[in-house]
Write a protein that binds this ligand. Structure first.
Ligand code: CDP
Ligand code: MG
Length: 878
């Protein structure tokens, strides 16, 4: 860049210690910022101590004659740092001075000036996230380039950018955020909070991240996949920028957990980066274990809150649950138990709760409808309309096991007793998808006379610090993403959290005074079943998407990539071979199809399905299918309740409904996936009539699964419309029923995405070769399995038994069954999964032949499924 070309050696030397700023540089005054023209005459000498406390200093930009806060850093050479003044409100400055990290400001800046990469470790609440960006800004790091801070969570990116803007008296045009769907970044942005995924995307288009002078990776201890990859990439980018004479600083910030993963990994950093430990004041927290570990921790948490509130002295309560849905349930229940009186309700409406703006931005009526149904339910409750005290709609996926907890939702809410005379309780939810204005509520003190009670997911564990918490109630669980090793599909399940996390949670009670932590599980469970630390995400999920993304970034040997914790080799190999079959990689190079696939925000196999559907105007159907395939157990195989006769009737009803949904022709061949699409379509219609819940009940669909699918559809549609402008189309979120031609195309699209999950029917002879009497009426052989696989009783293809099928997943009960089955035509194999096929060659037997009339070639196609070879004679090759 031009900054580089005309810089002198001296400046280059200076730039080692900070951003290159030369005399006479003009920084445009901005009415919202405090940066002015820099002139020699304005340069003043300030000391470290005056810097932290003095609000106004005549010189706007000064060079600091650093007066180091002595003890640790005698050996660091003193270097001038440029100083940009920030004028803060007295109140803010007072609060800042109480943060432990303020004492380390000068030290931190010195170490950053001296080193390219540093690690800052400190307890939650010590001020890392809010203060370090300010230190850097004041030290001049935002004069020429931007300061970027990554957060694993969207909510932290938004709220921290707002907080820092407020503390610095700067507008949100200067201190901004950018997350996947939204942002307020402008040309003038100096400090930018982004989600880690967003920065990774930026590396795609600008590998050296030339916009930035500093990258701060916050919450690195959370070990999200994106932050891990960023650390690996930046460990290489930083030296490259240094070599170019345009140094980039990297700050890794983390809670005080496992910092050694970053410092003792020589492949990552040859020389361990310096670690600054921020001491913080922590009051003792008394931990109380439950004698017994209860299954229904939601109910247990509820009674624990009531006990604390009615028996223990004042002080805020913080409850850790696992997901948004649970949080909302408990909030509702507590609000019914401790209803607001009329006056306080008005406070809630007028002063504290902002209009629910975030939820009105959706381009269609999905959400309005579901809000409608919610309202209806809430009106049954007599005390207050809970919508006014505003809990937004559920927006997060909760599938899988946790539903068991919610099955008694009605019961839980219905049975609440009302405590009219108790001290009032100010109950607020906190989770990552909560609109940011609502999320800000937790930082404000409750109305006078109220006790604060926050029901949170593990977001309050380290990313957000809530003031004045004295009691922590810990469910001990966390919602984690699991992946199915066979299909690569992910699902959410509730599991025990780690010892490290449980201790972090407990620590939240000791920020302002001695506190108590109530663990809703026994000490035996804690000692025997909790892992010390959570496994880094990268070892818990398929890495197909990362593998592809990294290849798209020209990282040749992914196995050599300096991961902080490497995924295991099998994981990488499996990803590579799946990507080869998908056609995203060939000879370990990304194909142009692979490039398109990588643009979709879903797993590569689904990305391929979406990419292909673009050609046939099938986007809305494929989006629906991808959403439906990402949610587990849409159909209920057994009814919840009723006599065995009733159950039998229900099962029959569902079976006939499924036959009806299956249709004929290509629709029937689309099989279980066709039924799924029609079911979702019908549910959509029921929803528009405000009858979704009844519809699900009558037709044997799992309500939570159906609502999750709707949300995912909406999210994918939005994302594709917004973020893939290259498509130049707008996908209609509505879905028309599919016709026969579309059904055929959808079968091909499914084959294209699930080409590694094909099964072929074997002969009866073969099926029974190891049996004494002919036992099996049919059997399939899948390319991933040694054993035979079968169609489930509920599959609509059970009668048809097509020659070749693709399946969504395999599961084992009495036999190994395929789930989500569609029939495919074998002639499609050479076109859609050529990697699995060998075509006969002219000199081999039998040779291909040319049909003059048709103008096409017929070949013998051979392939192997696991150990099993197959041959298709005379397949027309397109
Ligand atoms: O990042 P770290 O956990 O070290 O601390 P932080 O997030 O920078 O928080 C420092 C202090 O600012 C805490 O005491 C928070 O309670 C406070 N804070 C606040 O009052 N309002 C916000 N929106 C964010 C932080
Ligand atoms: Mg933080």
């Amino acid at each position: 860049s031009d900054e580089m070309s005309d810089s002198t050696d001296e400046e280059k030397e200076a730039s080692k210690y900070g951003p290159a700023i030369s005399q006479g540089d003009v920084v445009e005054p901005n009415k919202n910022s405090n940066m002015y023209k820099m002139e020699e005459s304005n340069v003043q000498v300030v000391t470290a101590s005056s810097k932290s406390c003095n609000k106004t200093i005549n010189g706007i930009v000064s060079s600091t004659e650093t007066k180091l806060n002595t003890k640790e850093i005698k050996n660091i050479q003193r270097q001038p740092t440029v100083y940009v003044d920030v004028i803060r409100d007295d109140e803010i400055q007072e609060a800042r001075l109480k943060l432990p990290i303020l004492a380390e400001e000068q030290y931190i800046i010195e170490v950053i000036n001296e080193n390219e990469i540093i690690i800052i470790a400190g307890e939650t609440g010590s001020g890392k996230t809010t203060q370090v960006p300010q230190f850097l800004y004041e030290a001049g790091y935002a004069l020429k380039k931007q300061i970027c801070i990554t957060e694993p969570r969207r909510v932290a990116a938004i709220s921290m950018s707002q907080r820092v803007a407020e503390e610095m008296n700067l507008s949100t045009q200067i201190v901004s955020y950018l997350i996947r769907f939204e942002g307020n970044v402008t040309e003038e942005t100096k400090i930018k909070f982004v989600t880690d995924g967003v920065l990774l995307k930026e590396i795609h288009s600008d590998f050296l991240l030339t916009k930035y002078s500093v990258i701060i990776l916050d919450e690195a201890h959370e070990r999200t996949v994106y932050t891990d990859i960023l650390i690996g990439l930046l460990s290489r980018i930083v030296p490259l920028r240094k070599k170019k004479g345009d140094p980039l600083k990297l700050i890794i910030m983390s809670a005080t957990l496992r910092v050694s993963d970053f410092t003792e990994n020589q492949r990552l950093f040859k020389v361990a980066p310096p670690v600054i430990n921020v001491e913080s004041r922590q009051f003792p927290v008394t931990t109380h274990f439950n004698k017994r570990t209860v299954e229904n921790y939601l109910k247990e948490a509820y009674s624990k809150v009531i006990k604390i509130h009615s028996k223990l002295p004042e002080g805020g309560i913080l409850v850790f649950l696992t997901g948004q849905h649970e949080v909302n349930l408990l909030v509702k229940k507590l609000r019914i138990t401790f209803p607001l009186n009329m006056k306080d309700k008005l406070i809630a409406e007028k002063e504290r709760i902002e209009p629910n703006a975030d939820y009105n931005n959706y381009p269609n009526d999905f959400d309005k409808n579901s809000k409608g149904t919610n309202k209806k339910r809430n009106n049954n409750q007599t005390h207050i309309n809970l919508d006014d005290y505003s809990i937004p709609n559920d927006n997060e996926s909760n599938s899988g096991e946790e539903d068991e907890l919610f099955s008694d939702e009605e019961d839980l809410i219905g049975n609440s007793s009302v405590y009219h005379n108790a001290q009032p309780l100010w109950v607020l939810p906190l989770y990552s998808l909560l609109p940011s204005q609502k999320q800000q509520q937790v930082f404000k003190p409750p109305p006078i006379g109220y006790r604060l009670c926050i029901i949170s997911t593990n977001i309050a564990e380290t990313s957000l610090t809530i003031p004045n918490i004295k009691y922590v109630v810990d469910s001990g669980r966390a919602k984690i993403k699991l992946y199915d090793k066979v299909t690569g599909l992910t699902s959410y399940v509730v599991r025990w959290t780690s010892k490290a996390s449980a201790n972090q949670r407990a620590g939240r009670a000791g920020r302002t005074c001695p506190g108590h932590c109530y663990r809703l599980y026994s000490s035996a469970v804690f000692n025997n079943e909790f892992e010390d630390f959570a496994t880094p995400e990268i070892q818990k999920r398929p890495v197909d998407d990362l593998y592809l993304q990294m290849k798209c970034m020209n990282i040749d040997k992914v196995t050599n990539f300096p991961f902080p914790t490497a995924p295991d080799l099998l994981q990488l190999k499996a990803a590579e071979s799946r990507l080869e079959i998908l056609g995203a990689l060939r000879n370990n190079e990304v194909t142009s199809l692979g490039q398109s696939i990588s643009k979709f925000p879903v797993l590569p196999r689904f990305g391929k399905m979406l990419a292909l559907s673009n050609q046939h105007d099938l986007f809305s159907h494929t989006i629906c299918l991808v959403a439906a395939l990402s949610v587990q157990e849409v159909f209920l195989e057994t009814p919840w309740s009723g006599s065995s006769e009733e159950k039998k009737q229900l099962r029959q009803k569902w079976a006939s409904l499924r036959r009806e949904w299956a249709g004929t022709g290509n629709s029937l061949l689309l099989g279980d996936n066709g039924v799924l699409l029609r079911a979702i379509g019908a549910a959509e219609y029921a929803n528009s009539q405000g009858k979704l819940k009844e519809f699900c009940q009558i037709n044997g669909l799992r309500f939570n699964a159906v609502t999750d699918i709707r949300k995912l559809r909406l999210q994918l549609t939005l994302e594709i419309n917004k973020n893939i402008p290259a498509l130049d189309i707008i996908v209609d979120p509505k879905m028309e029923p599919f016709n026969d031609i579309q059904a055929k195309l959808l079968r091909q699209i499914l084959l294209a995405g699930l080409g590694d999950q094909i099964a072929k029917k074997v002969s009866l002879e073969e099926a029974n070769q190891f049996k004494e009497k002919a036992k099996y009426k049919y059997a399939y052989k899948a390319n991933s399995m040694e054993d035979f696989v079968f169609l489930h009783q509920n599959s609509v293809l059970k009668k048809t038994l097509p020659e070749f099928v693709i399946f969504q997943e395999i599961y084992e009960t009495d036999k190994i069954y395929m789930r989500g089955v569609s029939a495919i035509d074998p002639e499609w194999l050479p076109t859609f999964v050529p990697e699995l096929c060998n075509l006969s060659e002219p000199l081999l037997d039998p040779p291909p032949f040319y049909n003059e009339k048709e103008g096409s070639i017929y070949c013998t196609v051979r392939g192997t499924f696991g150990t099993q070879a197959w041959t298709l004679p005379e397949v027309k090759i397109p």
